[in-house]
Design a binder for this molecule. Structure first.
Ligand code: C2E
Ligand code: CA
Ligand code: CA
Length: 754
């Protein structure tokens, strides 16, 4: 195709060359026939191109429009050739059909160019590109007018035909310039790399050749169209081929969406110079050029304005980014702190009541760990939306980080603030659909009330304490701060820091709760439970610091310490009491420990060093956290292969109990104390009975926890339970008391037998 097209061009060029020397005499067909042929070749190629799969839709549309444009040229040149060859008209004669066809071709061409999207993002960019284009076109127009159009018109002493021709040339120049500019700016993104220079060559070369008609006034047998059409067609055809053969249709170079920055300056400088030269020569054209220069200055001022406005918007967006959370769009901690400080400013709002509600999602970590961060993010966005709708428009809802949100409730009675907090819990109650998962969101809310003039940081800390209190009450509730809380639930940061020292300063100690055989009353084993002898707060129970240790990662060294300490104690009992010492040692481990690399090795090392056979150690994993184990299950498998036993703690309280049993390597279940103690008499046996049936079916060991009364012990024994643990038999005891127990032959426990 390309070769054929080049051949057409060659034949025409040779014939044209001959024609330049004198009349053609029979050679006319050689001038005319290749013209429609070249148009046909290009049209067919572009139609193929517009149907090629794999090209982006915008590119296909561009080539389709160009193929229609070429088709118009094909129609025009065919009729033109017929008119000249058969009708005896001069080659420059244009009957109606070619007139319409050529007009259509130009329109289609322009349409193709203008539809090439520039991918301008902001309105500012569009305006700026438009203004830049206008500046360049205006300047080029001034030159084209002054140096090309005006001399021709003046030379013909203002003949109407010359004026019209002049105007047409002028318009064509402008159109060509626009088309070249548009293709140069947009082409890179949508067209293969070599297409651009080829189309530009055609766009500039074609009209340039055509414009030479005025030098051929003495050779009426020639028309520059005969040369310019095959030239443009060949350029376009080769461009089409390079697009067809381009392997990748994605832009390779970075897309430049702007005219070079210097171009508008060059335009202004050029027109100013032109104006000065006109003034110097007393040229009558000085006036229109001066008007152009003024217009240009106006455009440039306008452009500067849009740049300034765009900059302002950018700065505002940067500001927004610094003060807002990217994920949810809510104010971030910085802005929250700022606003709270403003609200609590005693001079601005004397005596004003300010409440802060701190919201923390329950089990968000599990969502993140099991369903992935995408779902976690979607959940956070949904929660942000729900919280915002639950409060008044003037209240600030902010995200402090992670799954922690906070609301400033300004100028409200404490009662009303609490109502709003309950409304937030209500707003979260509806399941959230995140990424196709229907999730139930539960949140714990802590409220603290203050007045302007107090320390905002203190207010937030009190809300934090109240929030932890709400969490400890089982979550999904609202708790208001009371001064007594500080003593029981100290804030995470301070506690975390103290906890770090507590481990090294030997403030931690273990107590051991007996696990007994219900039939014989013999001590079957003990569960090690950690305590913290806090220097000022006294003995702190684990539910107050284990969650902090888990959140800070301190649970890993703490858990290591518990395991080693318990195993050493267990070995000491064995050495001292022989066969009457406890048969098994239960140690609690959190899922965070299991995920720690090296955990398996450390457990095995402790066993080896203390000489305890692996089957005497049972690791207890809380059912609710076992869901988030993921990869860490492999560690459990490895430990189990070495003989270490695994127990599912608080069994029956988790959400996917049966699935877990299927997926986790487990040897023992510990029936949660809420079932052991079941108060609803008609249904209290349902769960214990179901669990024992399950344990028997799957062949698992079973321990009932939290047995507090003889009646409970009896009922469990009746249901077939063989092992139990609870205050009824013994509270968690210091190691020394277990020693006494062992020395007395378990007498203390025997008295509590059912
Ligand atoms: P858990 O593993 O379910 O431990 C049993 C808890 O129930 C212990 O509370 C125990 O004192 C209590 N308990 C025992 N019998 C009865 C009873 O008859 N009635 C009632 N109401 N409670 C009873 P404790 O020692 O406060 O431990 C609380 C939780 O802290 C434990 O629950 C365990 O999940 C966690 N924990 C304790 N020590 C450790 C540890 O060393 N590491 C880890 N990761 N967690 C630990
Ligand atoms: Ca336990
Ligand atoms: Ca338990």
């Amino acid at each position: 195709m390309v070769a054929l097209s080049l051949l057409c061009l060659l034949i025409v060029a040779v014939a044209f060359g001959i024609g330049l020397r004198g009349p053609m005499d029979g050679l006319e067909p050689a001038l005319w026939l290749p013209v429609p042929l070249a148009s046909l070749l290009t049209t067919v190629t572009l139609i193929r191109l517009s149907r090629r799969g794999g090209l982006p839709a915008e590119s296909r549309r561009f080539w389709r429009h160009l193929s229609i444009s070429c088709g118009c040229v094909l129609a025009g040149t065919s009729v033109n050739a017929y008119d000249t060859l058969a009708g005896g008209h001069p080659p420059t004669y244009l009957s109606t059909i070619p007139q319409i066809a050529y007009g259509g071709s130009v329109v289609m061409n322009l349409w193709a160019m203008s539809r090439l999207p520039l991918r301008l993002v902001s309105r500012g960019e569009v305006v700026r590109a438009g203004l830049d284009g206008a500046v360049v076109l205006l300047a080029a127009g001034a030159f084209s007018w002054h140096y090309v159009t005006l001399p021709v018109v003046q030379a013909s002493s203002f003949d109407t035909a010359a004026i019209i021709t002049g105007m047409i040339t002028f318009t064509m120049n402008m159109v060509t310039l626009f088309a070249v500019g548009k293709v140069a700016l947009a082409g890179r993104a949508h067209l293969a790399p070599r297409v651009l220079p080829l189309l530009t060559t055609g766009l500039i070369g074609g009209p340039a050749i055509a414009a030479c008609q005025r030098f051929l006034l003495d050779k009426p047998w020639l028309s520059t169209a005969q040369l310019s059409v095959p030239f443009v067609m060949t350029c376009t055809l080769i461009a089409g081929y390079s697009q067809l053969n381009a392997d990748d249709t994605v832009p390779r170079r970075q897309l430049s969406r702007r005219l070079p920055v210097w171009l508008p300056y060059l335009a202004i400088g050029g027109v100013d110079a032109l104006l000065l030269s006109c003034l110097r020569d007393h040229d009558p054209d000085a006036m229109p050029i001066a008007v152009t220069a003024v217009l240009l200055s106006g455009l440039v001022v306008l452009r500067q304005q849009t740049v300034f406005r765009e900059n302002d918007r950018l700065v505002a967006r940067l500001d927004h980014g610094a003060t807002h959370d990217i994920l949810t769009g809510l104010p971030n901690r910085a802005l929250f702190t700022d606003r709270l400080a403003g609200t609590m400013d005693a001079e601005e709002n004397p005596g004003r009541r300010v409440s802060v509600a701190l919201i923390d999602l329950d089990d968000f970590k599990t969502v993140n760990d099991t369903l992935g961060h995408g779902v976690g993010d979607a959940l956070l966005i949904a929660v942000a939306g729900r919280l915002t709708t639950a409060v008044r428009a003037e209240d600030t809802v902010a995200r402090l980080g992670g799954d922690e949100f906070v609301v400033i409730l300004d100028d409200l009675e404490p009662r009303t603030a609490e109502q709003i907090a309950h409304r937030m819990i209500g707003a979260l109650a509806e399941p959230v659909v995140a990424d196709g998962h229907e999730l139930l969101v539960r949140a714990s809310i802590g409220i603290a009330d203050g007045r302007a003039g107090e320390d905002p940081a203190d207010l937030l800390r009190r809300a934090d304490i109240a929030m932890y209190a709400a969490k400890h009450d089982g979550g999904s509730g609202v708790e208001r701060y009371t001064p007594g809380m500080a003593g029981t639930v100290a804030d995470t940061a301070a506690l975390g820091a103290q906890l770090r020292h507590a481990i090294t300063d030997r403030q931690m100690f273990l107590v051991y709760q007996p696990i007994v055989a219900l039939d014989t009353g013999r001590l079957r084993g003990v569960e090690a439970l950690v305590r913290w002898a806090h220097p000022t707060m006294g003995v702190v129970p684990p539910h107050q610091f284990v969650p902090v240790a888990e959140r800070t990662g301190l649970i890993v060294p703490l858990g290591d310490w518990v395991l080693r300490e318990a195993c050493e104690q267990f070995a000491v009992w064995h050495a001292a009491h022989g066969p009457s010492s406890p048969g098994v040692l239960n140690v609690n481990v959190s899922s965070r420990q299991l995920r720690d690399a090296g955990f398996v090795d450390r457990v095995l090392a402790v066993l080896a060093e203390t000489g305890i056979p692996p089957y005497q150690l049972t690791l207890e994993i809380t059912e609710s956290t076992a869901v988030s184990l993921g990869e860490a299950v492999a560690g459990l498998d490895a430990l189990r292969r070495h003989g270490v036993r695994i127990s599912l703690d608080d069994f029956g309280t988790g959400q996917s109990t049966l699935t877990l049993l299927h997926e986790l390597p487990v040897d023992q279940l510990k029936l949660d104390r809420s079932f052991t103690q079941g108060t609803d008499t008609s249904r209290r046996d349902t769960m214990p009975a179901a669990v024992i049936a399950l344990a028997k079916a799957v062949g698992l060991d079973l321990v009932a926890e939290g047995v507090e009364t003889a009646e409970q012990a009896e009922r469990l024994a009746h249901l077939g339970y063989r092992h139990a643990q609870g205050y009824h038999f013994a509270r968690p005891l210091p190691a020394a008391e277990i020693d006494t127990l062992l020395a007395s032959g378990h007498a203390e426990l025997l008295s509590h037998l059912p």
